[in-house]
Design a protein around this ligand. Structure first.
Ligand code: SF4
Length: 371
């Protein structure tokens, strides 16, 4: 069993915080789908078994027409056995969702939609250069519900200030964002802290100053309190769901289950080897036309594999179990961190997990553990 990820690297404009690989050359979508088909033909036997999840992400997959999405689906059907697929997700932007498009997505076969909302405050949305308003996001959500989607995920971003307001005012706006989100009651919520990524507009502008760690921490624990109070279960540092609605596809990344990443900039993992396509649309299309693909790969050493297992496993609230060898190797650090209350430790099961208080500083605790 494995997951399929398809990257659609097109956006009609760039959001200020984004460093995902995307381009605005939307006139190349047809050539891109042809190149995707060639990559699928070439790599369809890379992983054994049948796919259990499909995730079409981006970029902005909802920039594709329904005809183009249908074409991608029929290519997948021709080359893979899709009878075992439990979860079929597609990312959308609110400004692309009309009643017709929402119904089309349902007919297309997606059973989960992930919509990038980010905020319900129009001033914040303008500052982020999102292409939608709060009202549009709510309307799009309604269209998706009307079309029959009963598994909708929405994203929020916290830990930024769109204008020079006080911490209290910014926190107030953040609480309103969370309330607006829980009032809609999507089955799944992802919430990420904004960070200044090197290639983003924010970083390139050189003018933005990040808010204090203390403010970001208050935002994070406000999120945990409010979502917990509204019945959402936190199953990963940044992900929450109503019972039973965790993302199967994304969970497989944290559990190191193999996945096949297709398209420019997509990453794959076969259980041992990680590989990725270059972030280069023109190169991706040209190589496909020439009948080959340019992939990079690395085989993780046992130490690197352990690091990755711990880093990904501790993102999950349930934590991660270690083998005897792994446990013995990390035991001095495990003992030190658990004595300080920064790690939960079950000796019998050789299991470690982060307590709630450590979640916001998980990166430094994981680094400490792997020292
Ligand atoms: S955040 Fe999403 S919509 Fe915005 S530029 Fe990045 S990929 Fe495109």
């Amino acid at each position: 069993m494995y997951g399929i990820y398809i990257h659609i690297p097109f956006c009609s404009s760039f959001c200020v915080y984004c460093d995902f690989y995307s381009v605005t050359e939307c006139n190349k979508t047809e050539l891109y789908i042809e190149a995707l088909e060639k990559e699928i033909q070439r790599r369809k036997y890379d992983l054994e078994g049948a796919p259990r999840t499909i995730y079409i992400g981006g970029g902005t997959p909802s920039l594709l027409s329904m005809e183009q999405l249908e074409r991608i689906k029929s290519i997948l059907e021709r080359h893979f056995d899709l009878t075992e697929v439990e979860e079929f997700s597609i990312e959308v932007n609110p400004d692309d969702i009309t009643p017709e498009y929402a119904s089309g997505l349902r007919r297309f076969g997606a059973n989960r939609v992930s919509m990038g909302v980010q905020s319900f405050n129009d001033e914040n949305l303008r500052w982020m250069r999102r292409r939608h308003t709060s009202e549009q996001a709510c309307r799009a959500y309604g269209y998706l519900r009307d079309a029959g989607f009963d598994n909708i995920s929405m994203d929020l971003i916290f830990g930024y200030k769109a204008s020079p307001v006080s911490d209290e005012e910014a926190l107030n706006i953040w609480e309103k964002d969370i309330k607006a989100m829980t009032a809609l009651r999507p089955e799944h919520i992802s919430a990420y802290q904004m960070s200044i990524e090197p290639g983003s507009i924010l970083a390139l502008s050189g003018k933005y100053t990040e808010p204090s760690e203390e403010f970001c921490q208050r935002c994070y624990y406000t999120l945990l309190d409010m979502l917990g109070g509204a019945g959402y279960l936190q199953y990963e540092i940044s992900n929450f769901s109503l019972p039973g609605f965790h993302s199967r596809h994304n969970s497989s990344y944290w559990e190191r289950i193999p996945y096949l990443g297709l398209g420019a900039a997509a990453h794959s993992f076969d259980g041992l080897v990680r590989s990725w396509n270059p972030s280069d649309l023109k190169g991706y299309i040209a190589n496909a036309e020439a009948g080959w693909g340019e992939e990079y790969m690395e085989i993780l050493s046992p130490d690197e594999a352990l690091e990755e297992k711990v880093m990904l496993g501790l993102r999950k609230r349930v934590g991660v179990s270690l083998s005897e060898d792994e446990y013995r190797r990390l035991l001095p650090q495990i003992n030190r961190l658990s004595a300080g209350g920064q790690l939960i430790h079950d000796t019998e099961r050789r299991h470690i997990a982060l307590p709630r208080e450590s979640l916001f500083i998980s990166d430094s605790i994981i680094a400490d553990l792997l020292m």
